[in-house]
Every structure is written in C-alpha cells, then in structure tokens.
Design a protein around this ligand. Sequence first.
Ligand code: NDP
Length: 451
Amino acid sequence: MSGYDFDLFTIGAGSGGIRASRRAAAFGARVAVAEQRFLGGTCVNIGCIPKKLFSYAAHFKKDLEDSRGYGWSIHQLTFDWRSLLDAKNREIERLNGVYRNLLNQSGVELIWGRATVTGPNTVDVDGRTFTSKYILVATGSSPTLPEIEGAEHCITSDDAFYLDKLPKRVVVVGGGYIAVEFASIFNGLGVDTTLVYRGDRLLKNFDADLGNFLAEQMSKRGVRIRFDTTIRKVDRDGTALSCVTGDEERLSCDTVLYATGRLPNTAALGLESVGVALAANGSIVVDDVFQTAQPSIYAVGDVIHRMQLTPVALAEGMLVADHLFNNGAEHMDYDGVPTAIFSHPNVAIVGLSEEEAFQSGYTVDVYRSIFTPLKHTVSSSGEKVLLKLIVDRESDRVLGVHMVGDDAGELLQGFAVAIKCRATKAQFDTTVGIHPTIAEEFVTMRTKVAA
Ligand code: NDP
C-alpha cells in the first residue's frame, strides 16, 4: 500500500473515469473520483442516452404515418415536448442514482467539486488537497461554438437537451454525428429543419455511399439540406433568428444548433504546470498504455481525442486499471470499433470504408445493395436501405460492413464480432439468412459492384 491518500485519483465521473475507478477498486486499489457536475458524464446526461430517447420520440411520428399503409387511421396526432423532457429527466436521474450506487458498492470514494492537478501526485478539490500514487484524467469533451458574429444566439447539443420550448424552425450546422442526429430528431418531432453543411457530403469521414444515401433519405423525410453553405453571422430580432450565409442569403429560424465538433476539457486543470503534454487541439497526449508525459498521470476517453465514443472510453478505462493494478499488458485495439449514428435512418459501420481500404493498399471487391425493405413496401413511405460490404480480393476477408437503415446500430453489432474474427466473404455466403429480414441481405449479396 502506498503512503498516499489513494492509489488512484480519477478526475471526472463519466464513462471512462467511472469504469477505470470501479475496476481499479475491484483489484484492491484505494480509489477516489472527483466530479463537479453529474454522474455518468456526457453520455448519460447530455449525450448518448437522452439523445437516443429523443430519437425514439422522433421516430414515433413516422411510425404512426407508416402505419396508415397497414390499415390504421390516426386522428389528432399531438406531441408535448414538456412530457418528453420530464420523462427524459426522470430516466437520467435514475441513471445518476445507479452510478452513485455502483461507486458506493465498489468502495470508490466520490468527492464532489472542481478538481485541479497541483503536482504529479496531488489534486486540489475546491481547496481540499488529496495525494494519490496515480492520477487519471477523464474529463471528457465539450461542444464548441463558432467565432462568428451572433454566436451567442446559438446553442450546442448541451443546450438542446434542456430547451424550454420545442422550436418551430431550426437551423442545424454541421455534417457529422451530432448534426445529422439532431436534424433528424427535430424533423421527426415536427420542427421545420434545415441542415447547413460547409462541405458537399454528409459524414465526410465515412464511406462516401453512406453520406450520399443518408442525405437522400433525410431529404425525403423533410430535412432541408444546404450543402456548400457557411454561416457568416447570426442576427437576432426579438425571438426570431436569421442566419446570414456566405452568399448573403438569410435563413430564418428560432433556434440555431451548432454541431461542429467537440474539444477536450483540459482548460484550467493545471496539467501543463505538472508536465502533462497537450496537443494543439488541447487533448492530452498519451502513450499506448494511456500514460501522459508525467509518469504518474494517465488519461482516457474524449480528453485524449482518439475516438470520442463511450464504449471506447470504457475499454480504455478498463485497460488503465488492468495495467496499473493487475499487471495487465494488453493494449487497446482501435481496429474494428463499430459505431452507429442515430440519424433517421440510422447509419452503422464496422471496419474499413471503400476509400480507407484503397488507401491501405487493398484491392477490394465491393458488394452493395439498395432496396425497399418489406415493411416499407406496404407503408408506402418510399424508404430504402443501403447495405455495403468491402472485401479484400486476395484473402477474401470482409474488411468493412456498412449500413443505412432502420436499426442499423442493432444489426451491426453482430457483424462487428464477425469482423473481429476476421470472417471471409465465403463464410458470410455459407451463413444461412434469417428470413424475412433486412440483415439477411448481408449473407446473400453475390453480385460485385462493377470496378
Ligand atoms: P463531428 O466531428 O462528427 O462533425 C463535425 C462537423 O462539423 C463536420 O461535418 C465538420 O465539417 C463540421 N465543422 C467543423 N468545424 C466547422 C466550422 N468551423 N464551420 C462549419 N462546420 C464545421 O463532430 P460532432 O460535433 O458531430 O460530434 C463530436 C464527436 O462526438 C463525434 O465525432 C463522435 O465521435 C462523438 N459522437 C458520437 C455519437 C454516436 O456514437 N452516435 C453521437 C454524437 C457524437 P467537415 O466534415 O467539413 O470537417
């Protein structure tokens, strides 16, 4: 046992911090975690969980509309934003309680307050000093607002979870995860929605087919998408806002949501003064065991800006605890991390895009299928799904599985296992499908896209 107050002092009770702390405590370490705001971090409070609840809420309108094709008639469809907020807040309070119990049960001491690192082995929390053999920084990231005139009139996803009123007209700026998710949510809830993106393809970092197909499907559902458009300033006139584009066009709305990336929360933590190196974007530089330039200080999750995904932060947190308190020697494998975007329709991927495979030197065969799923033959919504496989011609290994369509996230988790097991196209082909499903198409695609 060390002569310090704790063996591990974690700053930030989000996904990565809580997981690392509980795991370390399970190995017998004396652990404290400091938190200034809420238990569970971004994911539980202002990220994945409330976003998914909003996404479910937004889906019902279309589901009800689709049901007409099946003989249902719905009269007087109304939606109450306040009820949704209350339900969401209740669920989050419940989850906060679950996290509190998990920490208690694992023997981790929870210290409320703003923590700063004051030395390689000391942390100050609102004037109280604690010593620890190791310090883990797991402070996450925050969304950013642009430096444009009128930025103070705009909101980020943090605010979108607490809006007093559902806007009537919204402009969402960005073309990544949060922009397409929130544009879909607002549109699904009946808000007049415009998505403004500076580039010419949504989800630029994904396979090109996905962004193009998603834009088509979102447009069909009513989202107005403005490509190659920038916002120069935002004017307010009473409660009305007006986004002035680079071409001097005015887009009127009552809410402007910026979803243009998240930056690591490293400001005013005292990190540089104790020798922790930061990258240009403010993220903490760590090695392959998450150790910073100051050997007693480690960091995981969004604050290291590798993959800003909850399950990745959880895995990183587990590895740090294993490494420090269980002689663990495993390293994080960032290959084959699946991810889903809860736009409407959903997007999910695992493995390489066609472009990435090409850039990695593979010669690939591509299988792509776009079709109307059975459900929508009768719903008459015109909705289609896109499935795509990228296969290494030499080894026959499936390098990437991609989907845009209902429940893509649910569906791709199983394929992520197959990719992890280095499954071949021949093995996909000998797998018997489940009929009638969308997913069966993944094991029945036989025709290559012409090179
Ligand atoms: P993303 O990095 O996904 O997207 C940012 C978008 O903003 C891009 O389209 C980018 O354009 C655009 N952009 C960046 N800077 C500007 C600017 N100055 N002016 C106009 N547009 C700009 O970030 P998000 O904020 O959507 O999400 C942050 C991260 O959070 C994600 O990358 C993801 O890791 C995580 N996340 C995960 C979710 C999930 O798992 N479902 C859900 C939500 C977030 P360009 O493409 O041209 O650079």
